[in-house]
Ligand binder design. Structure first.
Ligand SMILES: *Cc1c(COP(=O)(O)O)cnc(C)c1O
Length: 341
C-alpha cells in the first residue's frame, strides 16, 4: 500500500514529463546571467503577472527575504499578519537579513484589511517608532487554512499603500491556488503588488524554486542581495526547466487538489473526534480535534496506518492535497479517517 502523504504540497516528485523537460534544458552560468532556461523562466513568470522582471531563487523563504531586504532596513518595519510565514517560519530572517522590525496584526484567517492596516501605521514623524515601510500579505494564507483574499480587499490595501507611500509585497507561495479558486488572472494580482514571490515547488510540483517579481530596478537590487545570501546558482536551468513545465502544465489542475481538499473537509466535519474544520477554500484542510482526542495520538496512529499529516498548533492538524495523490488514495484516506477513534 502506497503511503498517503498529506503533510504538505512540497512532498511531490517531478513527473516523468517534467524530468524530461529538465534533462533537455539548455543551461549556462546564471551568475553571469547566461542560463537561457533561467532567463526564460524569469521572463515567463514576469510576463504572466505583468511585471518587468523576475529572479529565480532556491526557495520561497529566500524569495521573501530578498524582496523584503531590498526595501527594508534598520529603523523600519514591515506590517503583516501574526501568522505570516515571513515572520513565523523564516527563521527570524527579517531581523538578520533586513535589520528591520515587524508589526503583527490579527487578521481573519491570515487576511488583513486596509482599515486595520491604516489604524496601525506609525506616524512617519514620530521618532520613537519604527517607520512603517512595507506591508506584506500572504495569499493563500497557510496558517489560515488556505484562505484567499477577495481581489477588492487587496485593491483597497493597494490604494492605502499608494496614498501612504508604502511598498506592498505578496508572499505568493500558493498564489496560483488563490487564482484558480477565485477564477482570477495573474495580471490582476500582479498589478496590485510592488513585489511578489511565487513558489514553484508547492502545488505546482517543481522540485525546487521560487520566482521574485517586480520592476527592473527592484530585481537588479534583489539580484545583488541574492548573491550576498549565497543564492546565486550556476547551471540552474535544469531546475528552472521544471518551473517552466509546471507553469505550463500544473496550474489548472490545482482545481483537482481543491476538490479533494473539500471532500476531506466535508468528511472530517462529520466525524466524532473533530471539533471544528476551518473553511476549505483551496488545498489546505486544518481541523481541531475535540479535547478528549489527542492530536499527537491522531498524527502518530495515522502515520502507522500509512496516512501522514502534521500537527499545526494546539489540537490542530493540517492536511494538504497535491498532485501526487490519486482517487484510490483518497478513498483509502476516507476509510482511515472514518475508522479512527
Ligand atoms: C512554503 C511557504 C513559503 C516558502 O517556503 P520554502 O520552504 O522556503 O520554499 C513561503 N510562504 C508560505 C506561506 C509558505 O507556505
Amino acid at each position: 500500500m502506497k503511503e498517503i502523504d498529506f503533510r504538505s504540497d512540497t512532498v511531490t516528485r517531478p513527473t516523468a514529463a517534467m524530468r524530461e523537460a529538465m534533462f533537455a534544458a539548455p543551461v549556462g552560468d546564471d551568475v553571469f546571467g547566461e542560463d537561457p532556461t533561467v532567463n526564460a523562466l524569469q521572463a515567463k513568470a514576469a510576463a504572466l503577472f505583468g511585471k518587468e522582471a523576475g529572479l529565480f531563487l532556491p526557495s520561497g523563504t529566500m524569495a521573501n527575504q530578498v524582496g523584503l531586504a531590498v526595501r527594508l532596513g534598520p529603523g523600519q518595519e514591515v506590517v503583516c499578519d501574526h501568522t505570516a510565514h515571513i515572520y513565523r517560519y523564516e527563521g527570524g530572517g527579517i531581523m538578520s537579513n533586513a535589520g528591520a522590525s515587524v508589526k503583527l496584526l490579527h487578521g481573519d484567517r491570515g487576511r488583513l484589511t486596509a482599515a486595520q492596516i491604516e489604524r496601525e501605521l506609525n506616524p512617519p514623524h514620530d521618532i520613537h517608532q519604527p517607520t512603517s515601510t512595507v506591508v506584506a500579505l500572504e495569499n493563500t494564507s497557510n496558517k489560515g487554512g488556505g484562505a484567499c483574499y477577495a481581489l477588492s480587499d487587496i485593491a483597497a490595501i493597494r490604494q492605502l499603500c499608494t496614498a501612504k507611500g508604502l511598498w506592498l509585497h505578496l508572499d505568493g507561495a500558493r498564489v496560483f491556488n488563490a487564482l484558480v479558486a477565485k477564477g482570477e488572472s495573474p495580471e490582476q494580482h500582479g498589478a496590485l503588488f510592488d513585489s511578489l514571490s511565487v513558489c514553484l515547488s508547492k502545488g505546482l510540483g517543481a522540485p525546487v524554486g521560487s520566482v521574485l517579481l517586480g520592476s527592473r530596478a527592484f530585481i537588479d537590487k534583489a539580484r545583488r542581495v541574492r548573491k550576498r545570501l549565497g543564492g546565486g546558482m550556476r547551471q540552474a536551468g535544469f531546475l528552472a526547466a521544471a518551473g517552466i513545465y509546471a507553469l505550463d502544465h500544473h496550474v489548472e489542475r490545482l482545481a483537482e487538489d481543491h476538490r479533494r481538499a473539500r471532500r476531506l473537509g466535508e468528511l472530517l466535519a462529520g466525524l466524532p473526534y473533530v471539533k471544528e474544520v476551518l473553511p476549505v477554500e483551496t488545498n489546505i484542510v486544518i481541523f481541531e480535534l475535540a479535547a478528549e482526542f489527542k492530536a499527537e495520538r491522531f498524527v502518530a496512529e495515522m502515520a502507522g496506518r500509512g496516512l501522514r499529516c502534521i500537527l499545526f498548533g494546539h489540537q490542530q492538524v493540517r492536511l494538504v492535497t497535491h498532485l501526487d495523490l490519486d482517487d484510490a488514495m483518497m478513498d483509502r484516506a476516507e476509510e482511515l479517517l472514518k475508522a479512527w477513534s
